[in-house]
Design a binder for this molecule. Structure first.
Ligand SMILES: CC(C)(COP(=O)(O)OP(=O)(O)OC[C@H]1O[C@@H](n2cnc3c(N)ncnc32)[C@H](O)[C@@H]1OP(=O)(O)O)[C@@H](O)C(=O)NCCC(=O)NCCS
Length: 218
């Protein structure tokens, strides 16, 4: 029951893969960047992400309605502070007698794929879920979504198939001191990485201004 992801947060493994790819929790101030991220996904990627054809207006509606007070949104940034990967952890309503659950959705822009960003977002989401008393983490995906299925299975998720869809779920053990400390360390690492990239971007822009060249997009 306690699968790979859950066990990887043991205090005996303080440098899990989640520390390699920095991940930050995003607040409502990132809504515009989140929107830009989704609008950069092509039609097929949006279908894989949302499970259905998702035109721009639906993306706008979805992003506009993300409740940052209730849910958790995680992001990974490239060297120019573009939101290269993001995950939405949506807490499902508590049902009496059922385990407390959350649903995980993730997307990584094509240029960032295959570098462990999706894995890091899933690991961080699973750890945050544990630390917020979630007992089951769900991912709903199309059964032919091979990278996501691979990611889910690598994380030790159980997968159930039905009518071309697949529901992957992970039973999470309760939080412990190790998971809480590790999430705090992950958050600090994410903030540190972001601050470094921000400073680098500022100094690059200063040089570009000095050389009379166009500045990097904000
Ligand atoms: C699914 C997705 C988030 C993965 O992101 P990522 O940053 O590339 O993920 P990672 O780099 O951590 O891992 C990808 C894994 O899939 C594997 N993979 C890639 N293409 C694959 C394929 N066609 N078949 C099987 N495995 C595949 C990679 O080898 C890698 O595995 P490894 O770490 O064991 O080598 C990304 O492909 C994506 O955004 N897809 C569109 C949206 C989507 O499908 N979202 C999921 C539904 S919620």
């Amino acid at each position: 029951m306690h699968k790979k992801i859950a066990n990887s947060y043991s205090p005996t493994k303080p440098h899990g893969q989640g520390l390699v790819v920095p991940v930050r929790a995003l607040h409502a101030g990132y809504r515009e960047q989140i929107l830009r991220h989704f609008l950069q996904l092509n039609e097929e990627d949006r279908r894989l992400r949302f499970g259905t054809h998702t035109p721009d207006e639906v993306v706008h509606h979805y992003v506009h309605h993300i409740n940052f007070n209730k849910d958790t949104v995680l992001g990974s940034f490239d060297g120019e502070l573009n939101l290269i990967g993001m995950a939405h952890l949506a807490y499902l309503p508590k049902v009496d007698g059922q385990p407390y659950a959350a649903e995980f959705g993730v997307s990584v822009l094509p240029e960032g794929r295959g570098q462990g960003i999706g894995t890091a977002l899933l690991e961080r989401a699973a750890m945050h879920s544990r630390n917020t008393r979630i007992e089951t983490l769900f991912v709903h995906c199309l059964a032919n979504n091979r990278p996501m299925m691979h990611l889910a299975q690598k994380a030790g998720m159980q997968v159930e198939y039905a009518y071309g869809d697949a529901d992957a779920y992970l039973k999470l053990p309760p939080a412990n001191t190790g998971t809480i400390v590790q999430e705090a360390a992950n958050e600090q690492w994410g903030d540190f990485d972001y601050a470094l990239k921000q400073n680098l971007k500022r100094s690059n822009n200063a040089w570009l201004w000095f050389l009379g060249k166009p500045r990097l997009a904000s």
